[in-house]
Design a protein around this ligand. Structure first.
Ligand code: XMP
Length: 518
């Protein structure tokens, strides 16, 4: 792999993704790893990420010079660039010349075949640093400088060591990807072999090795991750896998059918559907507090899943292949965020199937542990999953239960389901599914307002539209949907859903509002 050494900035994941976009497999390792540990992974190349520290700070992570003497090509970025300069005898100083944001870097010569080959002599780059390299280490040629930073990029083509002060991984660095690719393909001469086909082949092999002839169970949530994980395991071990789908009655229109029909049609997977609507509605009767709703739904979900798992296990035991494994759709960012890379605990994995308890007596199969979300989608597509599953917008585990402000009853669910189906249909028809991160539709069951329809007074409930744009759901902004679309949605909902006489738009960003209303 190409290893990205994480110095603690949020850029390491971005670097790893950009490397993979260049069809090269990359992994993130913490800076606390020793040079021996890093070299033991047999890296084709190493990239040192940016970081929040000053190389002078008391506890600043240092880079041991031995890493640069191992013959492995290295690219240092920002803090990594400075750490490299310092380790090899260059000079890093507090010059007082800070640079933040877009800056112009000007080429000052250097070897033609190096990492700036093909970039214009003067290019816009994204900077974020306080210290500067003022003198390159012996053997290095300076490739570029900026108005305030004399050494903004350097290279030692003989030892295949390179560095840039700016952040080539962010899109604001206009030729950033080109710099990374020159490093990978000219400097380090790695082969671009990371493709969706390879990912699938490799994981199928690994899953077979892990699972042998044992039986495997997988909880389907209706979301992308569990669907792709299941499809991958199914590709590897076929009938040994049984998927469990808990229908809690809080799903949107067509969703249970999507899992039961489309997913099974695309994969041929064994599906066990647990019909648990009664159980959930009974447990939720009379409850209006959001946290209490979430707790009840979580608890009932676990009970349902455990009961279903027992049924599946019984059937498997009769066939002589007891269930030993549980599939989880844990993604790489979860792994990195919960302690990173090697041997990271399953800290977050139970979030993925709606909060399964850790004491379920199964070993985990986590086929998406090394993948980013866009790669998961690509794998799903290649495995033949329909766009309706792979391109799905996020939907919360507790479902419509937390989109009814007030009591979750069969009647309220029916109203919300119809309004939501109309809103989704119109959004899709307008071709905006990919632009909008998600659009919760919320029923204010506790609120009524006066309206007029036909000749009569109405006293109905409002529906809230909450379309948001976001990168990762941590922050979000409300989507500026076209007025025409909003008008159509509003017209149709108030015409077609009798109980609703008003449609309102939520124009709050996150923060201060969360995406969901409960
Ligand atoms: P909030 O409302 O916290 O939502 O801004 C952030 C993202 O998380 C989704 N969400 C959930 N997903 N189980 C889930 O699987 C949950 O309990 C849950 N609650 C919120 C929400 O839809 C948004 O994408």
């Amino acid at each position: 792999p190409v290893l990205v050494v994480d110095y603690g900035a949020q850029y390491a994941q971005l670097i790893a993704r950009r490397v993979r976009e260049a069809s090269v497999y990359s992994e993130i390792v913490p800076h606390t790893w020793s040079t021996e540990q890093i070299l033991a992974k047999n890296p084709a190349a190493i990239i040192l990420s940016g970081g929040p520290s000053s190389v002078y700070a008391e506890d600043a992570p240092q880079q041991d010079a031995a890493l640069f003497e191992a013959g492995v090509p290295v690219l240092g970025i920002c803090y990594g660039f400075q750490a490299m300069a310092q380790a090899l005898g260059g000079t890093v100083a507090h010059t007082g010349a800070r640079e933040y944001g877009a800056t112009t870097a000007t080429a000052v010569g250097g070897p033609a075949a190096s990492i700036l080959a093909g970039s214009p002599g003067s290019q816009t780059v994204w900077m974020s640093h306080g210290d500067s390299v003022v003198e390159a280490p012996a053997g290095f040629e300076v490739l570029a400088s900026t108005e305030t930073t004399p050494v903004a990029a350097f290279a030692d083509d003989d030892r295949r060591l390179y560095g840039v002060q700016w952040h080539p991984e962010v899109k604001h660095s206009v030729h950033g990807q080109q710099v990374l690719e020159h490093f990978l393909f000219d400097g380090a001469q790695v082969e671009p072999t990371w493709s969706t086909g390879n990912i699938i082949e490799e994981h199928v092999q690994r899953i077979r090795e892990q699972v042998g002839s044992a039986s495997v169970i997988c909880g389907l949530s209706g979301g992308v991750d569990s669907a792709v994980a299941a499809a991958l395991v199914q590709r590897a071990v076929g009938d040994q896998l049984t998927c469990v789908f808990v229908d809690h009655g809080l799903l949107r229109e067509g969703e249970a059918e999507q899992v039961e029909q489309d997913f099974v049609a695309a994969t041929g997977v064994n599906l066990y559907v647990a019909e648990e609507k009664e159980r959930f509605l009974t447990a939720l009767a009379g409850v209006t507090d959001p946290e209490q709703k979430r707790k009840i739904i979580g608890r009932e979900f676990i009970r349902s899943f455990e009961a279903a798992a027992e049924e599946v296990a019984k059937a498997a035991a009769q066939e002589g292949e007891p269930v030993r494994f549980l599939v989880q759709g844990t993604l790489y960012p979860d792994v990195v965020e919960s302690g990173g890379g090697e041997g990271a605990a399953n800290i977050k994995s139970h979030h993925n199937v709606g909060g399964l308890p850790e004491d379920l007596q199964f070993e985990l199969v986590e086929p998406l542990r090394t993948l980013f979300k866009d790669e998961v989608r690509a794998v799903g597509r290649e495995l033949g999953l329909p766009h309706e599953i792979v391109g799905r917008q996020p939907f919360p585990g507790p479902g419509l239960g937390i989109r009814i402000i007030g009591e979750v009853t069969e009647a309220n669910l029916a109203v919300l389901r119809r309004a939501d189906a109309i809103a989704r249909e119109e959004l899709t028809r307008a071709g905006l599914d990919d632009e909008v991160w998600q659009m919760p539709v919320v029923l204010l069951a506790d609120v009524r307002s006066v309206g007029v329809q036909g000749d009569g007074r109405t006293y109905g409930h409002p529906i809230v539209l909450r379309p948001v744009s976001s990168e990762d759901a941590m922050t979000a902004d409300w989507s500026r949907l076209p007025y025409d679309l909003l008008a159509r949605v509003s017209n149709r909902i108030t015409n077609e859903v009798e109980e609703v006489n008003r449609v309102v738009l939520d124009v709050t960003s996150k923060p201060p509002g969360t995406i969901e209303w409960e």
